[in-house]
Design a binder for this molecule. Sequence first.
Ligand SMILES: Cc1cc2nc3c(=O)[nH]c(=O)nc-3n(C[C@H](O)[C@H](O)[C@H](O)COP(=O)(O)O)c2cc1C
Length: 173
Amino acid sequence: MRIAVVYKSSTGFTERYARYVSKELDADLVKYSDRKKVNSGDYDILIFGSSIIAARISAVEWFDKKRGDFKHSFLFVTGANPKENNPDLDKYIASEKAKGHDMVYLPGGLNYEKMSAPMRFVMKKMFLPMVKKESGENSLMYKMVSSSYSLYDEKYAKPLLDEVRKVLVENKE
Ligand SMILES: Cc1cc2nc3c(=O)[nH]c(=O)nc-3n(C[C@H](O)[C@H](O)[C@H](O)COP(=O)(O)O)c2cc1C
């Protein structure tokens, strides 16, 4: 079965996971800007990787529209949140699942250096003051999001790789 990994990434976290996933699955790696090259005549499985921006999965509308064309489709999403012991994240994942977005969440981080100027502006003027108000200036969360950090770890991609490999095995028989 042929697999395409389409990814949308601004600061590199989603791209890094997409590269790893495509290498592990021997899949073609396609930037979101080249998405028109990906069609169901050439691929059986579509994997879409994106990130959470202001509590929304970026470009998920494209995936929603496109996924029905393929025999199988998978969604992975990166964000600033740590995965472990994070009830707010669990709630968010459940709310997206209710909308039909059954995703694998992969912790990314924040990279202020690679953010576009408007994005950095939003982070500094809206996101940081919001975290400060909600969690307090001395909170771990506020300290974490005040500068760049990475939570990237290949281990988080294992559930996604397992799901896709299960489909590959089922279709071999
Ligand atoms: C403007 C902006 C808003 C963001 N909003 C959220 C958010 O609501 N929840 C979250 O977990 N991460 C949020 N993030 C963090 C990104 O999802 C995270 O950095 C992601 O890994 C970026 O992926 P990329 O490097 O592939 O672009 C935000 C980042 C930016 C720049």
